[in-house]
Design a protein around this ligand. Structure first.
Ligand SMILES: *[C@@H]1O[C@H](CO)[C@@H](O)[C@H](O)[C@H]1NC(C)=O
Ligand SMILES: *[C@@H]1O[C@H](CO)[C@@H](O)[C@H](O)[C@H]1NC(C)=O
Ligand SMILES: *[C@@H]1O[C@H](CO)[C@@H](O)[C@H](O)[C@H]1NC(C)=O
Ligand SMILES: *[C@@H]1O[C@H](CO)[C@@H](O)[C@H](O)[C@H]1NC(C)=O
Ligand SMILES: *[C@@H]1O[C@H](CO)[C@@H](O)[C@H](O)[C@H]1NC(C)=O
Ligand SMILES: *[C@@H]1O[C@H](CO)[C@@H](O)[C@H](O)[C@H]1NC(C)=O
Length: 358
């Protein structure tokens, strides 16, 4: 596994340059939770999942805290940059609304709807995180954008653009954390429920014209620093077991949708396998795959990464930036695997770059 990732690391640069110059395809739209949020929550009132403060963004250009849950770029940025046509993620929908003079032009370049704390089930985690934009609301926002695009380009050109676009989604961690903390039902019922809800969201996007779905499965949240802190330094088994239990149903849902909905195409990244392989066999450059770079104290929570707290000197050698989220270096590694990977243990049935051109 280590060897595969290393080969990928070294072979990727040449491919990336070739790929970036490839034919024009539609823009990219991004949905989900804090893994992909590039500042949405800065615009949400009564939201406690906001990170627009140092040390967040310490490695972003000019050390700006943009609202990304990262020291620099996050996977939304690193994935679109490798897909080509982007330097970083398209801006948050709510930022475009707030500066609406450029909205018309910007919509055609893609939009990021992801919101830290968002879940498949609306309202999950509200007591802890306050208001966030749930996946359901993100898709409603996309419906507005879809309407704006067809108004702008006309029905048929607009629909072609929407169908040629790529839809990147990473969501579900917050549903699983909520399940493990509250156990409202059996694991079987819970998995069936979130699978059914995921299906409804994907079908709604499909009905709006989306065709190319690039999904990231849920990462092993039981191995994030905060979960380890509560499990004597080991990965929290129940969290990881629930994450694992959801992978096969999600894959089978995508297979079903692609055989029943005309034109539905997908690529599924196995975030669990990707992270576990890095944790078990850290690739060159990664020295710490267990602790948080920022706010690194044994029981660090998300509030613990802030100015004057601990900040590790070498961000690039940490897998985790804070108690929950990957570092920029980890996000770059994940993007290479998703976009250019060939191993079905990590991305299946095609990789993101193949999906983009499909
Ligand atoms: C609008 O776009 C211009 C040119 O890209 C940019 O300089 C300006 O900051 C944008 N305005 C807003 C409010 O986003
Ligand atoms: C987009 O559509 C919404 C809802 O129809 C409308 O209120 C808004 O003005 C439109 N914005 C642009 C830039 O076309
Ligand atoms: C999922 O469970 C929630 C309650 O936890 C329920 O309200 C909802 O109807 C269920 N949805 C599906 C699609 O099973
Ligand atoms: C996929 O389709 C098969 C056959 O129709 C069905 O048994 C299975 O429950 C479906 N799985 C999901 C996750 O929709
Ligand atoms: C990757 O995922 C598949 C499917 O869940 C699993 O069978 C396999 O063992 C995993 N491989 C690794 C290296 O984690
Ligand atoms: C991506 O997948 C395609 C086929 O699925 C494969 O040919 C290609 O080598 C993979 N990697 C890149 C960099 O395109």
């Amino acid at each position: 596994m280590l060897l595969k990732i290393c080969l990928l690391l070294f072979s990727v640069t040449t491919i990336a340059t070739k790929d970036a110059a490839s034919e024009t395809v539609g823009p990219i739209f991004i949905f989900g939770d804090s893994i992909l949020d590039v500042g949405t929550n800065n615009y949400v009132k009564n939201c406690k999942a906001q990170v627009n403060r140092p040390y967040y963004g310490v490695d972003y250009p000019h050390s700006i805290a943009t609202g990304r849950f990262s020291n620099g770029l996050n996977p939304a940025d690193t994935i679109v940059a490798l897909l080509g046509g982007y330097e970083e993620s398209p801006p948050p929908f709510l930022a475009l609304l707030a500066h609406s003079s450029n909205l018309t032009r910007d919509l055609l370049h893609g939009v990021n709807f992801a919101s830290g704390g968002a879940a498949l089930v609306k309202g999950i985690g509200k007591q802890v995180l306050g208001d966030v934009i749930s996946l359901e609301e993100q898709i409603q926002q996309f419906a507005t954008v879809q309407g704006n695009i067809t108004t702008l380009l006309g029905e048929s050109k607009g629909q072609l653009l929407i169908q040629g676009s790529m839809y990147i989604i990473c969501v579900g961690s917050n549903d699983i954390m909520n399940y493990v903390f509250t156990h409202p039902t059996t694991l079987e019922v819970f998995i069936a429920n979130i699978t059914a809800i995921y299906a409804i969201h994907l079908k709604n996007l499909y009905d709006l014209g989306a065709r190319k779905f690039g999904l990231m499965s849920i990462p092993p949240i039981g191995c994030c620093p905060i979960a380890r802190a509560f499990s004597g330094g080991e990965c929290a088994k129940e969290l990881n077991d629930v994450v694992s239990a959801f992978y096969t149903p999600l894959e089978s849902l995508l297979k079903n949708l692609s055989s029943t909905l005309e034109g539905f195409k997908y690529s599924l990244g196995n975030s669990y396998n990707m992270s576990m392989s890095v944790i078990e066999n850290p690739p060159p450059g990664f020295k710490d795959v267990k602790t948080a770079c920022c706010g690194n104290n044994p029981l660090a929570g998300i509030d613990d990464c802030k100015a004057q707290r601990y900040l590790c000197p070498k961000r690039d050698d940490h897998l985790f930036w804070d108690a929950f989220h990957p570092s920029e270096a980890a996000s770059k590694l994940a993007a290479r695997v998703l976009v250019f990977g060939e191993d079905p243990d990590f991305v299946t049935p095609i990789n993101f770059s193949t999906l983009r051109k499909a």
